[in-house]
Design a protein around this ligand. Structure first.
Ligand SMILES: Cc1cc2nc3c(=O)[nH]c(=O)nc-3n(C[C@H](O)[C@H](O)[C@H](O)COP(=O)(O)OP(=O)(O)OC[C@H]3O[C@@H](n4cnc5c(N)ncnc54)[C@H](O)[C@@H]3O)c2cc1C
Length: 433
């Protein structure tokens, strides 16, 4: 099937989670099989149309009108092999499907804060998950990649069969082809100790400072983050948070619950919690740790990577009171060498510092937001590594310069060389080259 702009299903098919600036392709191919993807890539190559791919639309890049969009939502099969602790996931699979399928075998994928995010793109972009400090990037667990390259051929790529293409795809996301399926490793996690601690406005600064100090000496089993959220005063916001600036500490401990409770004690000592959900839970309930929004929305987000979090950096973040501020604790297994190298960069960063402006209507001019976010990021420069995380570069923020910062300089050169080899006509105009 091929949808042009006059087709009644065109708008429904291009709709994704991010509402701000949807694709406006000339043509959409709703793909159901790798064969559909091959035909679509061949057609685009013949017509000289650039190719974009959308699974769920959580990570919409910068969009320019025109081209051919391949939607992969119908390709969503998951099979788990408990003997090898691996899953085969098709291009349009969301994490929630993988979590459910893996849990039947007491296994878990390295999924992130939102189970609605597309598992394939998340993994190809690195993937900083709930258990990231214990198990590393999701990309580090990629065993095999089925991809349709710019010559419209399907290839089964493993670290052994084609180390260069494997290295480029695992970290390079959509730049080298349309991935039709991934084989990923799962981890033996059935339950974890986790949840959220919510502190009211008067304790936000304390919560941030205590969390930052607390992260200085933690085992790798503990992955955590903090968000400072200015909740609007609207009826649809839950009563304890409505109209308040709240600190939300998120905990995911992959160890014994008693040890987890001991580790979390200094955080509970910050003061009374508006809500405290930290307890032992099945991995299938891990969506409640971050409680990410589930309804499509318009949002603008930027970030920095930091090597340290001294008090002056926290003052900068506390001053950013118009945005949602998020700090994720990195390090641990994220910084370790992988058994099969990939192109994910910036492994030396210790904190992710994100700024998010939610609730934007479609077509909102994001330039004023960019200026406001940039002012905060400039103030963080003394502690910043200068790096970026590909997965968190959305929309207007995904400029070529920002995307280049997701890689080590030598890796970027290698990616550009491989891009010229595998996609000489620049059919896939996604990042990084
Ligand atoms: C609420 C929310 C929570 C998030 N939480 C996390 C988190 O905890 N950790 C983390 O690391 N990231 C997180 N992200 C970022 C997310 O992982 C990326 O934005 C990811 O790219 C989204 O993938 P998608 O398929 O859902 O989105 P899409 O917008 O459909 O895809 C994003 C891009 O990926 C590429 N792509 C998609 N499918 C393919 C394919 N089959 N082959 C090749 N390229 C493809 C395309 O370039 C596409 O533009 C989060 C994002 C949101 C909005």
């Amino acid at each position: 099937m091929l949808l042009d702009k006059t087709h009644p299903d065109y708008d429904g098919e291009r709709a994704g989670f991010q509402l701000l600036d949807p694709y406006e392709p000339d043509l959409i191919v709703p793909a159901g099989t790798p064969h559909d993807v091959r035909l679509a890539v061949a057609r685009a190559a013949d017509a000289g149309l650039p190719v974009a791919v959308q699974a769920t639309g959580h990570g919409l890049p910068r969009t320019t009108p025109g081209g051919l969009l391949i939607t992969t939502g119908r390709m969503n099969g998951v099979t788990v092999d408990p003997a090898t602790a691996t899953a085969r996931i098709e291009a349009g699979t969301r994490w929630e499907q993988v979590i459910e399928a893996a849990a039947r075998h007491r296994l878990a994928p390295l999924s992130g804060s939102s189970p609605a995010v597309g598992a394939v793109s998340y993994t190809l972009g690195g993937g900083i998950g709930l258990l990231a400090r214990r198990h590393g990037y999701a990309a580090d667990q990629v065993r095999a990649i089925d991809v349709v390259t710019a010559d419209a051929r399907s290839r089964h790529v493993t670290p052994e069969s084609d180390p260069d293409l494997y290295w480029a795809l695992a970290g390079g996301r959509g730049s080298f082809g349309v991935v039709t399926a991934l084989e990923i490793g799962l981890v033996p996690v059935e339950r974890l100790f986790g949840g959220g601690l919510y502190f009211d406005t008067g304790l936000v600064a304390d919560a941030l400072r205590t969390w930052a100090d607390w992260t200085a000496a933690l085992p790798e089993e503990m992955t955590s983050s903090i968000a400072i959220i200015p909740f609007p005063d609207r009826p649809q916001v839950p009563a304890p948070f409505r109209g308040r600036r709240v600190a939300h500490i998120r905990i995911a401990y992959a160890g014994e619950p008693e040890e987890g409770a001991t580790l979390v004690r200094p955080l509970r000592a910050i003061g009374p919690r508006l809500v405290d959900t930290v307890a032992e839970m099945p991995y299938t309930a891990s969506d409640t740790i971050h409680n990410d929004p589930t309804h499509p929305a318009g949002y603008f987000a930027t970030h920095s990577l930091l090597r340290e979090l001294p008090p002056a950096s926290l003052d900068v973040l506390l001053g950013a009171d118009d945005s949602v501020v998020e700090l994720r604790h990195l390090g641990g297994a994220l910084s370790k060498p992988q058994s099969h190298p990939n192109s994910v960069g910036n492994r030396d960063a210790l904190y992710f510092a994100g700024l998010l402006t939610p609730g934007l209507a479609p077509g909102t001019d994001t330039r004023p937001l960019r200026l406001a976010h940039d002012q905060v990021r400039r103030a963080l420069t003394p502690w910043a590594t200068g790096g970026r995380v590909l997965n968190f570069l959305y929309g207007e923020n995904a400029t070529p310069e920002e995307v280049r910062r997701a890689y080590e300089p030598a890796d970027l050169e290698r990616l550009i060389t491989l891009k010229a080899q595998w996609d000489p006509t620049h059919l896939f105009r996604a990042q990084p080259a």
